[in-house]
Write a protein that binds this ligand. Sequence first.
Ligand SMILES: Nc1nc2c(ncn2[C@@H]2O[C@H](COP(=O)(O)OP(=O)(O)OP(=O)(O)O)[C@@H](O)[C@H]2O)c(=O)[nH]1
Ligand SMILES: [Zn+2]
Length: 345
Amino acid sequence: MIYTLSDLGWSAFFSMQLDVEDLESFTPMRISEVQRATVTALSEKGATTLTTPPDMTTADLAVGDWVLADSNNRIVRCLERRTVLERRAAGTDVQNQLIAANVDTLFITTSCNDDFNEARLERYLVLAHDAGIQPVMVLTKADLASDPDSYIRRAQSLSADMPVIALNAKDPEDVNQLFDWWRKGQTAALLGSSGVGKSTLTNMLAGADISTAGIRDDDSKGRHTTTARSLYPVSNGSWLIDTPGMRALRLHSVSEGISSVFADLEELAQNCRFRDCSHGKEPGCAIQKAIAEGVLDAARLQRWQKLEEEDARNEETIAESRKRQRDFKRMTKRIITESKTRKGR
Ligand SMILES: Nc1nc2c(ncn2[C@@H]2O[C@H](COP(=O)(O)OP(=O)(O)OP(=O)(O)O)[C@@H](O)[C@H]2O)c(=O)[nH]1
Ligand SMILES: [Zn+2]
């Protein structure tokens, strides 16, 4: 299948990053799959396998990225991303791991069962807000729940202006509701834990032939785990990225995302008597007052504070790591200077 640049989501944001030489010598391509050593990219030339230059590995690239490729199908550079979804890599490192790039809509996917977890969904929401991506909450397995409305209410309580859609991921008419949330040339990504129905939705939306467990229809976990993440064309001319089920979403520093998801609490806190109120037992705490009046859920305060603490710790780790790098550079410089001075003698 051949796509034009505009089919693939190309826009002025990307063309503005090119100069005359780029236009003459290189081809813009959009990454549809990232493998260990190579990537697959779509362009007006069709699907092409690309290799990375020496100063880049495939870990530096995400599905959805725009790159420039030379005539040997080698990547010249990756274009600046309009949006990016990333998380902290496993381990104590401060490195980020890319999830997807240039995404317009994030379908935060969970099910109308035990998978529904406010704290985890809020993390996804924070991630979307921090990246400047429109979040839409998709509640699958509504057909199996005795009271799907209760899940809709719980989802809506996380963010009043977020669209919430409860559906049966296996029902084509139900799934059609998702088309309201992204247009031709735009890209949506599905994010959620394993077994919530991301592959099922991808199959329905993109007609993609990705196998799902199928036989464990009745459980809340599902067994099949997606290993590949790809950019799939959707029938209405838009694009869909399926991501592997994630157990834990380790956030990188996302203070803006937290501020945006918990804007109501930040606003309330402005009215606390003490500027450094911990919203515990202090007199004149506007947040405790709201809880006492029943307009705020105490659990939401706890989740906010937990995310704030985690974010502060992340910032600290990043600052420490930067300092270590700086110290190391200084030390290297000193040793080089000293050795030069010695030789000079
Ligand atoms: N009845 C019903 N079954 C569903 C629904 N959504 C998903 N399923 C079933 O749940 C199981 C898991 O769905 P998948 O689509 O494989 O889940 P996934 O999110 O892709 O899982 P990973 O690939 O592990 O990330 C499959 O057996 C699906 O048929 C739904 O809305 N209703
Ligand atoms: Zn307070």
